[in-house]
Design a protein around this ligand. Structure first.
Ligand code: NOJ
Length: 550
C-alpha cells in the first residue's frame, strides 16, 4: 500500500547557506536548519528539499561538488545531517537532497586524477576531455558556450607543463562535465544514491536533469535565441541543442528509479529539466522514470489570466498523459523572487537577475500584492507545490547589492553584464531586532541583508493576521483541509476579462489579475490574498479569493 505522498506534497526549498546559521560564521548550516524545523512544521509543509551542503569549494554555491558523500565543514558534519533528518521525520517532514550528476567540482578527486593522468587515460575518460582545434590545438574543440557566459571549454596544462587538452563545462570552469557514457560514472552515482538512501533521505532533486548526455561528436551549435540561464528553449530552436534533453538521459533515470524502488517508503526523484514544451518535460516523469519534474513553464508565466489558464490546462494535461501529478513553482534560488518578478515592466531573461541598473523594476507594493495573489492561486491547484524559503515572508529580490558583494559566477563570467542570482539568496530575517535579523547569533551574513528587512522578519509576522506568513499558513492549512492538491479543476465559472475563476472540490477560486476591482461572487470567503471590500462586494485588483462553493 503506498500513499503516493509526493503527488500532493507542499515541498519547501531550503537554501542552506541562507536559511539559519547556528554557529555565527555568517553561513547557514545544518544545525541551524534543525533548530528551525518547528517553524516549518508550523508553516504546514510536507517535505523540505535542501540545496547542496556537500563538500565543495563553493564556486557555484555548492553546485560544484568535491565529495558527494560528505558534508562541507561550512554546513556541519554527517552527524548533524543525521540529527536533522531524525528531527524532520519526527515532525512528519520528509527530506529531499540535491544530486548534482552533470558535473563535479574541479577539486573532486576524479578530476584532479584526470589532470595528472595522460591523454587517453581511464581517468580522463570520466570527463569530457578533447583535443583543441587549430594548428596547435589552441582553439576550443567546439563553439559551445557556458550557461554562465563565455566558452564552455577550458584548456589544461599537461603534467609536463605544455598546453594540453580541453575539458567541457556547461557551467563554470570549476564544474567539469562527467562523461555519462562511461559505466564507471554510472556506477559511482548508484553508490552515491545508495549512500543517501541508506541515511534515510526521502528523495533527490536532480540538478540539470536534461544535460547529462551530449550528442555524438559534440557538434558545433549556436542557439537561435537567448535560451535563458539554465538552457531549455527547445521549441524556439530550429536545431535542438546537442546537450539539452537528449533521449539518452531517460535510460539513466529508469536505472535510478529501479534502484530507488528497492528501498521502502516511496523515495522520489524530482527533475530539474529546463526543456519545453510541457509534453516534453513530462517525458521525465513517465511511470518508470522520475516522480516529479519542476514546472518552469508555470514559473515563467506572467501574471495574466489567459496565459495562466493556458499553462494550468497544459500542465495538468501534459503530466496526466503520463500518469504524473503536475507540479507548481513560483520561486527558487535561480530566479528573481516572484514578489519582485511579477511587477517587472521589462522582459528579464531567466538567470540575468536584477540590480540597480535594470530597467523597468516596477513597484514593490504591486509586486508583493501580485505575489500573494499568485501564491493563493498556485496553492489551490491540484498537484505538488514547491515553495522557496523566504517567499512565505513576502521577501523581495535584493536589488541594491554592492558589486563587490556579488558571488554568482554569472556575474564574473559576464563581467557584470548579468547580475545573476545573488539577489534571491540573501540570508533570511527571523527576528526583527536581533543581529543579522536572527539569521545567526552574530551580525555576520555571507550576503548583506538590506536595512529595510526588519518588517519582513518572521517574528513580527507570526501573530499578524494580515502578514504574508499568516497567509501562507492559512493557505497551506486550507489546501490540506479541502483536499485541493488531490482535486481537479472545473472552469470557467463565467468569463470576465483578466479574471481567472475555477472550482476545485468545494472551493471556488477567483483571481483578479487586472488592476481594477471586479464583482466579488457570492459565497462564504474562506481566504483572500489581500484586503477585500465585502460591503461593496468587490474583489480588488491583483487579489485572489477562495470561497466556499455553493
Ligand atoms: C541548476 C542549479 O539550480 C543552479 O543553481 C546551478 O548553478 C546549476 N544547476 C549548475 O549546477
Amino acid at each position: 500500500m503506498t500513499s503516493e505522498w509526493w503527488r500532493t506534497a507542499a515541498i519547501y526549498q531550503i537554501y542552506p547557506r541562507s536559511f539559519a546559521d547556528a554557529n555565527g560564521d555568517g553561513m547557514g548550516d545544518l544545525a541551524g536548519i534543525t533548530a528551525r524545523l518547528a517553524d516549518l512544521a508550523e508553516l504546514g509543509i510536507d517535505a523540505i528539499w535542501l540545496s547542496p551542503f556537500f563538500t565543495s569549494p563553493q564556486k557555484d554555491a555548492g553546485y560544484d561538488v568535491a565529495d558527494y558523500c560528505d558534508v562541507d565543514p561550512l554546513f556541519g558534519t554527517l552527524t548533524d545531517f543525521d540529527a536533522m533528518v531524525e528531527e524532520a521525520h519526527a515532525r512528519g517532514i520528509r527530506v529531499i537532497v540535491d544530486l548534482v550528476p552533470n558535473h563535479s567540482s574541479d577539486q573532486h578527486d576524479w578530476f584532479q586524477a584526470a589532470l595528472a593522468a595522460p591523454v587517453g587515460s581511464a581517468e580522463r575518460a570520466r570527463y569530457l576531455f578533447r583535443d583543441g582545434r587549430g594548428e596547435n590545438g589552441e582553439l576550443p574543440p567546439n563553439n559551445w558556450e557556458s550557461v554562465f557566459g563565455g566558452p564552455a571549454w577550458t584548456r589544461v596544462t599537461e603534467a609536463d607543463g605544455t598546453p594540453g587538452q580541453w575539458y567541457l563545462h556547461l557551467f563554470d570552469s570549476s564544474q567539469p562535465d562527467f562523461d555519462w557514457t562511461n559505466e564507471e560514472v554510472r556506477e559511482e552515482f548508484r553508490r552515491i544514491l545508495r549512500f543517501w538512501l541508506d541515511r534515510g533521505v526521502d528523495g533527490f532533486r536532480v540538478d540539470v536533469a536534461h544535460g547529462m548526455i551530449k550528442a555524438d561528436g559534440l557538434p558545433d551549435w549556436s542557439p537561435a535565441a537567448d535560451a535563458g540561464s539554465m538552457g531549455g528553449g527547445a521549441e524556439a530552436e530550429a536545431v535542438p541543442a546537442p546537450y539539452w534533453g537528449l533521449d539518452g538521459v531517460h535510460e539513466i533515470y529508469r536505472d535510478w528509479r529501479a534502484l530507488l524502488d528497492t528501498y521502502p517508503g516511496e523515495r522520489i526523484l524530482a527533475a530539474e529539466a529546463w526543456v519545453d514544451p510541457l509534453p516534453r518535460v513530462a517525458q521525465w516523469v513517465r511511470p518508470d522514470e522520475m516522480h516529479q519534474a519542476f514546472n518552469f513553464a508555470y514559473l515563467e508565466t506572467p501574471w495574466q489570466s489567459d496565459a495562466l489558464r493556458r499553462v494550468i490546462d497544459d500542465s495538468i494535461a501534459a503530466f496526466a498523459a503520463v500518469g504524473a501529478p503536475s507540479t507548481w513553482v513560483l520561486s527558487n534560488h535561480d530566479v528573481v523572487r516572484h514578489a519582485t518578478r511579477l511587477a517587472l515592466t521589462e522582459p528579464n531573461p531567466q538567470g540575468h537577475g536584477v540590480g540597480p541598473r535594470t530597467p523597468g523594476l516596477g513597484d514593490p507594493a504591486t509586486g508583493l500584492r501580485r505575489a500573494r495573489a499568485a501564491t493563493a492561486l498556485m496553492l489551490a491547484l491540484p498537484g505538488s507545490a514547491y515553495l522557496y524559503q523566504g517567499e512565505e515572508l513576502g521577501l523581495p529580490e535584493v536589488i541594491d547589492l554592492q558589486d563587490d558583494a556579488r558571488q554568482d559566477p554569472t556575474w564574473f563570467r559576464t563581467n557584470g553584464e548579468r547580475y545573476g542570482r545573488d539577489g534571491c539568496r540573501v540570508p533570511l530575517p527571523w527576528t526583527a531586532s536581533a543581529p543579522s535579523y536572527g539569521f545567526g547569533p552574530t551580525d555576520a551574513a555571507w550576503l548583506p541583508q538590506p536595512a529595510s528587512w526588519a518588517s519582513f522578519a518572521r517574528d513580527v509576522q507570526r501573530d499578524d493576521p494580515a502578514s504574508t506568513l499568516s497567509l501562507y499558513r492559512s493557505l497551506l492549512a486550507a489546501r490540506r483541509a479541502h483536499g485541493l492538491a488531490s482535486g481537479s479543476l472545473e472552469w470557467p465559472l463565467g468569463e470576465t476579462p483578466e479574471v481567472l475563476s475555477f472550482r476545485n472540490g468545494d472551493v471556488v477560486v477567483v483571481a483578479n489579475t487586472g488592476s481594477a476591482p471586479v464583482a466579488l461572487p457570492a459565497g462564504e470567503v474562506l481566504l483572500a490574498s489581500g484586503p477585500l471590500d465585502e460591503a461593496s462586494a468587490q474583489l480588488p485588483g491583483d487579489t485572489t479569493v477562495w470561497l466556499r462553493a455553493a
